[in-house]
Design a protein around this ligand. Sequence first.
Ligand SMILES: [Fe+2]
Length: 257
Amino acid sequence: MRLLHITDLHILADENAELYGVDTFLSLKLVLARAFEEDAKPDYIIATGDLSEDATEQSYMRLRRLFLQTGVPVFVIPGNHDSLTCMNTHLIGRLITMDFVAELPVWKVIFLNSQVPGHGYGHISHTQIGALERQLENDRQAPYLIALHHSPSTHCMGEDCQLDNADMLLGVLDKFANARAILSGHAHVRFDEVHSHLKVMTTPATSVQVTHQHRTTSQSDDSDDFLSTHEIDADRHGFRFLDLAANGEMQTMVYYA
Ligand SMILES: [Fe+2]
């Protein structure tokens, strides 16, 4: 079974608009075309947030058309740029779902909403942490992936790049051998790390990549100062395959279109 993981699509309402010089609808089309030209085609798509750049109904309607053209089930969660209301109204339906758990053959995926409305950083609510713990506790046989927008890895000191209770999330997952891996985005860069028995995977954006730099005390902590501490690479559009075996093993590969 092959999963296609995409993240940080940043689709715009206006067909002529660009993000850092990139037509993000076109870059997503390139990614999907590249992913589906492989001999082993994706059986499912997981899209971990920042699906829209401007949270407009038009952006979600454009995205919905593209997702439905793939013909495979698409699981989505919101990022900091998204509108949950607009997603529910203009994106979800038919093959596109936004649920807490997805049951795939053998494997299962838990989706967490790390959005903090009005802010760039992420947070997982106590309610979701409790539900996660109960799900893993009550179903210890199935191998699980955990998908969320904000990566629990600390790769940037910028406040907006953090999942503010990453330690709490990792502390719960540490207890369960059936939690195999975390899938996230937000960073717009690739990271593949190991925490305890977990693979922690951050997948590059389909839109633009970002190089993160550590802030110095002389730099403003204002989020408007983003470009003074981060560099944009508009030339590469990334995605990840996960090949999930029935015996609980996984292989992962990152590509750029
Ligand atoms: Fe993003």
